[in-house]
Design a protein around this ligand. Structure first.
Ligand code: AMP
Length: 630
């Protein structure tokens, strides 16, 4: 029976427990929950208390009876020109082997396993094998380098790290093992074992006693039968690190039962998706979108999922769409930045293929601008659906739930609040809720956050409270750190971050993290990194560094050398993904009289905008100097 979205949404708020009890029926429980939501210790929400389940069982095992010979995983790499399809039965076999190997390496329920891997099938096996055992995975994006890896190793303290010899991007091989070895030199914590997948792309020096070869261990466990370890609903399934306003990344901790239910419910309600169809999400397993919509949600729904390693334009801009034709993809999920890359090529590349199987294209991760939306919509003639969410929430906060009731798209808006999310717009100065249409405020959520959202910051409950729930004066509400407005019909518009987080090509980066690396350079006295609008990547990072030796600033060749040196430092510490587009050297940075860095003024002049009121500025010449360097 179909229901109007407005009623569906209201029921999720007014009859929270009744609503989610119904959704909980979508998954298998070894033991049903005795309580739907325990919010007796706000802001900590415990979902499906008393319930016992397993994420891997729900994603893999429970489909064996009905669809064991249907496709589960389609792993395509245009970097190595390989394509391999796994049925549910085959996926189950590979996951069991990986789980047996992890067990042999000592992994037990609650242990952390770090996964630092490219987009290969073994990464999917690794994630599923961890949750099968009740171990907590923590995937680190393959584009990150040693420093970023080391801080995550020390925070998560993994018993085992799973990696591969190399990733590849646009034909350029990036060896992972040297980066991992360097990270392990920097980190205090040391894992008991490192499991390496050898793709034959790069040298893979092995450390005797610690490092193990996946192929060799897999061969010892070909017939492994590893039962799922049933865990409490509130048992953590994974930790995923994300950037914030400090240099130290936050470990977003997710539960098991709530996440499984949230993803299971999102497939019919948001994506109008069914078992037997094919989902193609072009993100990376290093990001939340990859966790939720490459790996878990499509498998929970009994769909086939496409895992793609490579660029969207190599060998040409038709590659993704050829996969849509070949695998009869019904649902595609990407990011605006990828579409802007495609947009530089002829639209005919996209329509050369039969894409009639495709129902719609969902885009997320950054604002969807009109030219991009209009271009892709005209090119593929399919509905384009924006959706807004965060690493913290694990699934969309705003979109159009067309599976509940088809609704019209409104340009520039990711849609309405999704069921379960009690979204508010708050005046940041007074803490008052803004209820009139078109008022600008901080996008916030009243607790409890719905199932699937972060439980806490890994091993730091206080940071969870202080960071997310204390930023609005006098109110215990969750802040998204995004500005937004809502129109009279309930459509939201996102107006950018309230903090120093920037979004480069859909990748969320903390400017403080980049600043910390740059300021560790011997010749840099002080640095400010800001996000600047870019027509392709949405934003790029620009760094303004005060040099210790003022003579450098006047000498173009010295500046160029130092710039290259600083970029190399960022590459090796955080990875090329965090590399600023330019590093500009100055003798002073614009500050207020109280010594606060004027980031907004820096950003404004870098974007060619008016920097606004400068009456509080200590030294207006500093801003003029910045301007002259651009
Ligand atoms: P992440 O945690 O990496 O997914 O980044 C989340 C942030 O990306 C949000 O807080 C927003 O600032 C931005 N974002 C994600 N999706 C959208 C969207 N559809 N429209 C506008 N901004 C978005």
């Amino acid at each position: 029976m179909s229901e109007h979205f407005a009623e569906f949404y209201q029921r999720s708020i007014d009859d929270r427990d009744g609503f989610w009890a119904e959704q909980a029926e979508l998954i298998d429980w070894q033991q049903k929950p005795s309580q739907i939501c325990d919010y007796s210790h706000p802001p900590f929400a415990r979902w499906f208390v008393g319930g016992v389940t397993n994420l891997c069982h729900n994603a893999v095992d429970r489909h064996l009876a009905t669809r064991s010979d249907q496709n589960a995983l389609i792993a395509v790499s245009t970097e190595t020109n390989t394509e391999k399809t796994y049925t549910y039965k085959e996926l189950h076999t590979e996951v069991s082997r990986m789980a047996a190997v992890l067990q042999a390496l000592g992994v037990e329920k609650g242990d952390r396993v770090q996964i630092y891997m490219p987009m290969i099938a073994e990464a999917c096996f690794a994630m599923l094998a961890c949750v099968r055992l009740g171990a907590i995975h923590t995937v680190v994006f393959g584009g990150f380098a040693s420093g970023a890896l080391a801080s995550r190793i020390d925070d998560a303290q993994p018993k085992v790290i799973i990696s591969a010899d190399a990733g590849s991007r646009g034909g350029r091989v990036v060896a992972y093992k040297p980066l991992l070895d360097e990270a392990l030199k920097q980190s205090t914590h040391q894992p008991a074992a490192v499991l390496m997948v050898n793709r034959g792309l790069a040298e893979m020096p092995m450390s005797a006693g610690r490092d193990h070869d996946w192929a060799a261990l897999r061969a010892q466990h070909l017939d492994a039968q590893v039962e799922c370890v049933w865990v409490e609903s509130t048992h953590p399934s994974y930790i995923l690190y994300t950037s914030g306003t400090t240099g130290k990344p936050k470990g977003v901790q997710r539960d098991t039962g709530g996440y499984t239910v949230a993803l299971a419910a999102s497939m019919p309600h948001i994506f109008d998706a069914q078992a037997g169809q094919t989902f193609f999400c072009t993100s990376d397993i290093g990001w939340v979108v990859g966790h939720s919509y490459i790996i878990y949600a499509p498998l929970i729904a009994g769909m086939a999922t496409v895992m793609y390693e490579g660029l969207p334009i190599r060998p040409d801009a038709g590659i993704w769409w050829s996969l849509v034709e070949k695998y009869k993809v019904t649902h595609m999920f990407s990011a605006p930045t990828a579409i802007r890359v495609l947009k530089k090529h002829e639209a005919e590349h996209l329509t050369r293929y039969d894409i009639s199987s495709l129902k719609a294209l969902w885009l997320a991760g950054e604002p969807l601008d009109e030219p991009t939306a209009a271009w892709i919509s005209a090119a593929i003639k399919k509905p384009i659906v924006d959706n807004y969410w965060q690493t913290e929430t694990g699934w969309p906060i705003m979109t159009l739930c067309n599976g509940v009731e088809p609704q019209s798209t409104r340009f520039g808006s990711p849609g309405k609040a999704v069921y379960g999310y009690n979204v508010k717009l708050i005046d940041d100065a007074t803490g008052q809720e803004l209820t009139e249409p078109n008022q600008k405020g901080v996008l916030a959520m009243e607790g409890p956050l719905p199932p699937g959202c972060m439980q806490t910051v890994w091993r730091d409950d206080q940071r969870f409270i202080n960071t997310y729930w204390k930023s609005i004066p006098g109110r215990l509400v969750y802040s998204t750190f995004d500005w937004g407005i809502r129109d009279a019909d309930g459509y939201y518009f996102i107006l950018g971050r309230t903090d120093d987080v920037i979004n480069v090509a859909g990748h969320r980066l903390g400017t403080r993290e980049i600043e910390e690396v740059i300021s560790s350079h011997a010749q840099v006295a002080e640095v400010a990194v800001v996000g600047v609008a870019d027509s392709l990547k949405g934003q790029v990072a620009l760094a303004f560094a005060v040099v210790r030796d003022a003579n450098v600033v006047a000498d173009e060749a010295s500046c160029k050398n130092l710039e290259a040196d600083v970029m190399k430092l960022v590459d090796s510490a955080l990875g090329a993904v965090a590399r600023p587009q330019r590093v500009l050297f100055v003798t002073a940075l614009p500050k207020t009289r109280s010594g606060k860095l004027l980031r907004r003024a820096l950003q404004a002049v870098a974007e060619g905008r008016d920097p606004g009121d400068l009456s509080t500025m200590e030294d207006p010449a500093a801003l003029a100097q910045v301007q002259s360097r651009l």
